[in-house]
Design a protein around this ligand. Structure first.
Ligand code: PLP
Length: 445
């Protein structure tokens, strides 16, 4: 790389930095590429045994002695680290305005890892009642086997959370917006609650806050700026954006990088370089433009859904009648401080009974699956294609029916993850399916 003086990267907007990353760093000297090449080497050539020994010594020792590190890292083996992941991690940390990011093979690998470094046998996790289905399964099926107690409490009631804190509590874990209901958790309130509890505790038993911000993406919300300790993401969703690869990331304080790298090395949930690359060169650079377009469409579709007779209620943080509209406007903002309510909509079909609502939701979705051109029945979200699903029988099926109701996952509930199509095309597909459900109910009379 040439030595010419450049304007410091920090002087540029985050949106521009998501395109270029820290391209001129000594860590990756790709001065002849416009796009960084895919790193496709499981192992790395070392110049000498001394350099090999240095590489092993340096690995996961960044926080201990950052000043002793060489200017360029010594790569040894992909599971320990390689350039594509390092570049992606650098940019992800910038995107969330955090100190450090570590990537993982999937969102679930990231969630397991952050909890893995924070808790041990005898500790307790306080978690929000409504969670992504696999996170719920991780916390209820696997953590108890490791001797970690998990208590669920409604995080939209911070007084209730406070009353559940015990001297064994080590982690408070929530998603916001919550999957699938889109209810919000007050990030600043949660951070204040942890700070108040920690003021009375020794450093060794601090309570750490972890937020899954997958639904919002860093474009719409940055929990670390509200005082939250860790953010986790499924890169598979809005950050990756094109649905080609699975990945995850943990963004948090500088001290967490070393334990997360060690955890990743030993548990092995490494993001492949070939999966890091599309997130680095396509996902993050287009994040802002995709999210802006998708959320504008989501606003139009949500307002349309509010006018449909068969729809009992619509939950979208951008609607004026959204229950937590003030909180949404406060914590869901883009890099320019503009309200950014995201691209997910949750709505429920009406019906005289839960069974009827569920039946109508299923009929509606089946019609979409068979007839719609630009809405696809599929799990996942944040994709350039609009996706629809029925949480009650699909993503949240791990939660028993009665509990689903208590968590706000109603039987007629439908999750719509808006993509990049024209709003009138999406609305056209929805309209035709509403008509078919209505015809179905008339025929059933
Ligand atoms: C998809 C998702 C996850 C899990 O991510 P994977 O990449 O599928 O492992 C976790 N949390 C939320 C909110 C998600 O939507």
């Amino acid at each position: 790389m040439n030595d010419r003086k450049r304007t410091p990267v920090r002087d540029y907007s985050i949106e521009t930095r998501l395109i270029y990353g820290k391209a001129n760093d000594l860590h990756w000297d790709y001065s002849h590429h416009l796009v960084p090449p895919i790193s496709a080497s499981a192992t790395f050539r070392l110049d000498s045994s001394r350099r090999g020994a240095q590489g092993f010594h340096d690995f996961a020792h960044q926080h201990d002695a950052p000043e002793s590190l060489p200017t360029a890292p010594i790569y040894i083996y992909d599971r320990l680290g390689e350039p594509n992941k390092d570049m992606l991690e650098e940019t992800l940390a910038a995107a969330e305005q955090g100190d450090s990011a570590v990537t993982f093979a999937s969102g679930m690998a990231a969630i397991s890892a952050v909890l893995g470094i924070l808790v041990q046998q005898g500790d307790e996790v306080l978690a929000h009642t409504t969670l992504y289905g696999c996170t719920y399964s991780l916390l209820t099926n696997w953590f108890p086997r490791l001797g970690v107690r998990v208590t669920f409490v409604d995080f939209s009631d911070l007084e209730a959370v406070r009353s559940m804190i015990t001297n064994r509590t080590r982690v408070m874990y929530a998603e916001t917006p919550v999957n699938p209901t889109l209810r919000l958790v007050d990030l600043e309130g949660l951070a204040r609650l942890a700070a108040a509890a920690n003021a009375l505790r020794p450093v060794t038993s601090r309570i750490v806050t972890v937020v899954d911000s997958t639904f919002a993406t860093p474009f719409c919300q940055r929990p670390l700026t509200h005082g939250i300790d860790f953010v986790v993401h499924s890169l598979t969703k809005g950050i990756g954006g094109f649905g080609t690869d699975i990945g995850g990331a943990v963004i948090g304080p500088a001290w967490s990088r070393d334990p997360l790298l060690l955890y990743r090395k030993d548990f092995g949930g490494v993001l492949s370089a070939k999966a890091a690359w599309p997130v680095l060169v396509q996902g993050l650079p287009s994040l802002a433009v995709r999210m802006r377009a998708m959320q504008a469409t989501a606003g139009v579709v949500a307002r349309y859904l509010s006018t449909v007779q068969d729809v009992e209620r619509v939950s979208y943080p951008g609607l004026e009648d959204f229950e937590q509209a003030d909180l949404a406007r406060k914590q869901m903002v883009d890099y320019d401080g503009v309200f950014a309510p995201g691209a997910l909509i949750y709505f429920s079909m009406c019906g005289d009974s839960p069974a009827e609502s569920r039946h109508r939701a299923e009929r509606f979705i089946d019609h979409i699956a068979n007839e719609a051109y630009c809405i696809t029945l599929a799990v996942s979200l944040g994709n350039i294609r609009t996706l629809i699903e029925h949480p009650g029988s699909m993503t949240h099926a791990a939660i028993p029916a009665q509990e689903q109701l208590e968590k706000g996952v109603d039987p007629g509930g439908i999750r719509l993850a808006i993509g990049l199509e024209k709003s009138e095309d999406i609305i056209g597909d929805l309209e035709r399916s509403f008509e078919s459900v209505l015809e179905g109910s008339i025929n059933a009379l």
